[in-house]
Design a protein around this ligand. Structure first.
Ligand code: GDP
Length: 316
């Protein structure tokens, strides 16, 4: 278990998950976080990663860095989603083990489960069926990262553990219209429609797919619970325990933003997997429960968006 002076490297600390994990680590008294921006350390550069680990020798590593994006970005850039994420996982996991890290937590994703699988999805469903084509490249890279963790554990006794977060949202997310995930995309679209007095807003797909949304701050407390109390090859789902349709999400966001116009659905856009709700029995056995209800979490994220991005994105 890491102590307050443990040297903890959080890879991806500027992103949605990584920034929440850093906030949490600092809030509970960890004083020795090791952080590098993308400009300072390119995690796809094997030699640079090796040099960094040789110099810093972190005792704990949280691998929250990844090339991520929503359904459209995944479908449009499979090369980057596969290649970049494979290289990040291979470089960081190998260097962490080679330079004596005591523990590594790898963040995988709920999209690595089969497209059609019993709900709520248990960890045992991994590799039991075909993947969702719209995010196959990302999923294959994340499955490879997970398998690397299991391989280093089995072959070298390296304490690498794997979390499977559901669809995350919160501050420090990306809110660009085309390549972001659904929740930030809709927050921005409804906000801009309200500001412009637009009569309607278009939401992609049929509105029927169901998703399990978790605030990144809840993910962060789950990651700490795993760092402190989990050491096993089996990955651990981290979800909210419930789900909501995209139509219901759009209506909730419209209500929070205060948008009163019409909502249209565009069936020419992909739906992705029809449902994706995680079984959270394993993580709740570590005495973790989600604390942030969806409406409150979206309200807080919307405040953050208005304070940090709304002016900037309005001019794009
Ligand atoms: P996924 O969970 O991997 O499919 O990732 P996303 O967060 O990108 O998309 C979830 C669902 O939201 C899909 O069914 C999309 O069709 C739907 N959706 C509706 N409007 C949007 C939008 O503006 N952006 C995105 N990314 N998805 C949208």
């Amino acid at each position: 278990m890491p102590g307050p002076d443990s040297r903890i490297y959080v890879a991806g600390h500027t992103g949605l998950a990584g920034s929440a994990i850093c906030r949490r680590l600092e809030a509970v008294g960890y004083r020795n976080l090791i952080l590098r921006t993308h400009a300072d350390l390119d995690l796809t550069d094997e030699r640079a990663v090796e040099r960094f680990f040789a110099a810093e020798r972190p005792s704990h590593v949280i691998l929250a860095a990844a090339k991520v994006g929503g359904i459209a970005a995944n479908a449009a850039f499979p090369t980057e989603f596969l290649s970049v994420n494979l290289r990040i996982a291979a470089n960081v996991i190998d260097s962490a083990w080679r330079h004596g890290a005591a523990k590594l937590l790898y963040l995988a994703s709920s999209c690595i489960y089969p497209r059609l699988t019993p709900q709520p999805i248990r960890e045992e469903a991994l590799l039991s069926g075909a993947l969702e084509p719209t995010n196959e490249a990302y999923a294959i890279a994340k499955i490879a990262g997970l398998k690397l963790c299991q391989a280093y554990r089995r072959q070298h006794g390296f304490d690498a553990i794997v979390a499977m977060p559901t669809n995350l949202y919160g501050p420090h997310d990306r809110f660009d219209a085309e390549s972001s995930h659904v929740l930030p995309a809709l927050l921005r679209r409804f906000h801009e429609a309200k500001e412009a007095g637009a009569p309607d807003v278009t939401v992609w797909g049929s509105g029927t797919p169901r998703r399990d949304f978790l605030h990144a701050d809840d993910l962060a407390t789950a990651c700490l619970a795993m760092l402190r109390g989990y050491s096993d090859a089996m990955p651990v789902n981290i979800g909210s325990g419930s789900d909501i349709s995209i139509r219901e999400l759009a209506e909730l966001i419209a209500d929070i933003v205060g948008y009163r116009g019409a909502i249209h659905f565009d069936p020419s856009r992909p739906d992705g997997t029809p449902e994706k709700r995680l079984d959270i029995t394993r993580i709740t056995a570590l005495d973790w429960y989600p604390a942030i209800d969806l409406r409150r979490g979206i309200e807080q994220t919307y405040r953050w968006y208005r304070e940090n991005c709304a002016r900037e994105t309005a001019t794009v």
